[in-house]
Design a protein around this ligand. Structure first.
Ligand code: ADP
Length: 626
């Protein structure tokens, strides 16, 4: 509720600033797109006046001297102008359409870039996801946001030029005088009529959009309910399409929950919902009134123009010109203010967008390079590292001290939630330690250039994702790549046989999102592809987070037996809660409750009967013995 009040407090000044900023942002990125639209609207705002003017001259000629050659010339001019206008309109429209291609994606690109460039810590925050999803829902549901700025500026400029063009063709309405011989009609020459017409026009101009904005402001005021409705729709509307959910939906009859939302008519988006009731009632009435008041003005204009013509101030042709032009001026003026009102409503949504785009990058960015060392000598050290996730009181890691060198195989073991993944996330600098420091070759990792530092690691995260692109592209992380290298990585990761069976080889699409001939892969196969991707990245450190979790026992054994071949001379960090997979590692680090409680070789740790490793090993031993 508090949020809603704040929203409606947005001043005109603030709204203008937000709109200008949004427009500049779009213009800076897509100047051709904006220019094509502006040229188009200026042209389409002004060109009707050519027809109005020439038609008036034709009517004048018909009602006046009726000279055939003049009529012919005028008709020829009218036709020629109409043809030229159509041609230029078509050309401008083509330009505009070509530039507008994928406009929603262009806007989305701005968000995507921000997501890629923001600190991971912010990306991971629930508020960031919430904010972006709110922005997207407002955009998709009500059309609010950046995209709207383009269309509203277009309308604003169109209205402005419509008014200017109309005024140019209306000046003579007031300057043409009723002859004194017309008696009482001469009163129409009084300047008060000009003032009166303008006053009525302005009154209606403000009243009409004010009524329509009053109707529209309801949506901004109830954005939260609107968003909720959209969310429900987004969730339930797509429930039937979601293959992954389908088994659960059927098993637990979740479609019935969906039905409940569908049949409770008082819910936000149903026919008895808040918005439907409003549109049928007050909102609809306000919109109807907004449309009706402008007719009053049209009536007055007709009366004034016709009386002046009747009294002899101008010919019958001018009547059509004035009536058409004044109506257009009135439309333009009301359009202008209407658009301003809408831009103000939209500014509330722009503010959210800039709140997202302005999330600062606070992670310190060093400039040192990690210099791809030819000797491959890298040493990582954790010095008394502790870490709490943002917004969390509890430490996920506490006082971790560790040193290890390139070429070694380090296993990180421990129960679920003991801090293993957090350890890796800190190592890859997705987060910075809350206390302590991590050193690479003796230098705090914050001092390295971030992208450069990241290139030292290849990670297969536990919840890794593959893209619905070609297999080769997935592994190489690029569109153009060295096929032999990609193949050898896939073979090393154990995907060789499946690869050989694929008719399109590396060009086979994964999943069916992009190509219906795309293949489905099992969890284990996906993991092999992810391992191949990590190998292909060719970083000195390779980190496998629960690498065999999705593999069956045979596939797991296969990976272990080939582990040395897979990682070669790289430093491998291997996270697992299956202790059998750690035996062959040089060092084992045991985590418990965020602390590194033991560190040593398998032989050393298994001999320490008081240690956690011993307990875990024996608890799991039943799975490893024949
Ligand atoms: P493991 O990999 O050993 O299963 P994690 O490193 O994932 O353990 O988790 C360590 C602790 O940090 C757990 O208590 C977990 O709940 C917490 N944690 C993990 N990720 C987050 C997060 N993004 N925000 C807050 N707490 C988290």
């Amino acid at each position: 509720m508090k949020r809603t009040e704040k929203k409606s407090e947005l001043s005109w000044r603030e709204a203008a600033k937000l709109n200008v900023r949004a427009f500049r942002l779009l213009f800076h990125r897509y100047p051709q797109m904006i220019l094509s639209r502006l040229f188009y609207v200026v042209w389409t705002a002004l060109s009707p006046y050519v027809g109005i003017y020439l038609a008036a001259r034709v009517v004048d000629e018909l009602a006046g001297e009726r000279q055939a050659d003049r009529l012919l010339l005028l008709v020829g001019l009218t036709l020629g102008a109409a043809a030229l206008i159509s041609l230029v309109t078509a050309l401008l429209s083509k330009w505009k359409e070509a530039q507008a291609a994928g406009l929603p994606y262009k806007v989305d690109h701005i968000f995507a870039e921000k997501l890629f460039s923001m600190d991971y810590i912010d990306l991971d925050k629930a508020e960031t996801g919430e904010l972006l999803s709110t922005i997207r829902q407002n955009q998709n549901g009500g059309g609010w946001g950046l995209y709207r700025v383009v269309s509203r500026v277009e309308e604003l400029i169109s209205a402005l030029f419509t008014v200017l063009g109309g005024i140019a063709l209306t000046v003579t309405l007031f300057s043409s005088r009723v002859p004194e011989s017309a008696g009482g009609y001469a009163v129409l020459n009084h300047p008060l009529f000009v003032v009166l017409l303008i006053a009525v026009m302005l009154a209606i101009t403000f009243l009409s959009p004010a009524l329509s904005n009053l109707s529209g402001s309801f949506w901004a005021k109830h954005a939260d309910a609107h968003r909720f409705g959209n969310r429900l729709f987004g969730f339930f509307g797509l429930l039937g399409h979601n293959k992954e959910l389908a088994p659960d939906v059927r098993m637990y009859r979740q479609d019935l929950i969906c039905e409940r939302y569908n049949t409770h008519k008082e819910d936000t988006f149903c026919s008895a919902g808040l918005f439907a009731r409003y549109t049928r009632g007050r909102g609809g009435l306000l919109l109807a009134a907004s449309a009706a008041v402008s007719v009053v003005f049209t009536g007055l204009v007709y009366a004034f123009v016709c009386l002046k013509a009747w009294a002899g101030a101008f010919g019958v042709g001018a009547v059509t010109q004035y009536v058409a032009s004044v109506s257009k001026v009135a439309d333009g003026v009301s359009g202008f203010f209407g658009v301003l009102g809408d831009m103000r409503n939209n500014a509330v949504f722009l503010r959210q967008i800039f709140a997202f785009l302005d999330i600062p990058n606070e992670m310190y960015q060093g400039s040192l390079t990690t210099e791809k060392r030819s000797d491959g000598q890298y040493e990582i050290e954790f010095k008394d590292v502790s870490f709490r996730y943002p917004g969390s009181e509890a430490y996920a890691l506490r006082h971790v001290n560790l040193k290890f060198q390139v070429g070694k195989r380090l296993a990180v073991v421990g129960r679920n939630g003991s801090g293993k993944t957090t350890f890796i996330k800190l190592l890859c600098r997705l987060y910075d330690p809350t206390e302590g420091e991590i050193l690479l070759n003796g230098i705090d990792i914050r001092k390295y250039n971030y992208l450069d530092y990241m290139s030292v690691f290849s990670v297969v995260f536990q919840d890794f994702k593959l893209f619905s692109l070609k297999l080769g592209e997935n592994v190489a992380g690029a569109v153009r790549y060295d096929e032999e290298k990609v193949k050898s990585c896939l073979v090393k990761a154990g995907f060789g046989d499946r690869l050989a069976s694929l008719p399109d080889g590396l060009d086979t699409y994964l999943y069916q999102d992009c190509d219906k001939r795309g293949i489905s892969v099992s969890g284990g196969e996906a993991q092999k592809i992810a391992i191949a991707r990590a190998l292909c990245h060719d970083a000195p450190f390779i980190i496998l987070d629960e690498p065999t979790a999705a593999l069956d026992a045979i596939a797991e054994a296969e990976i272990y037996s080939k582990f040395d071949e897979i990682v070669g001379d790289k430093t491998a960090i291997y996270i697992s809660h299956r202790l059998s997979s750690c035996k062959f590692c040089d060092e084992i680090l045991v985590f418990d409750g965020g602390e590194a409680v033991q560190h040593g070789t398998h032989a050393q740790l298994v001999a320490d009967e008081a240690g956690l490793y011993y307990a875990l090993w024996n608890a799991q031993a039943q799975y490893y013995t024949e």
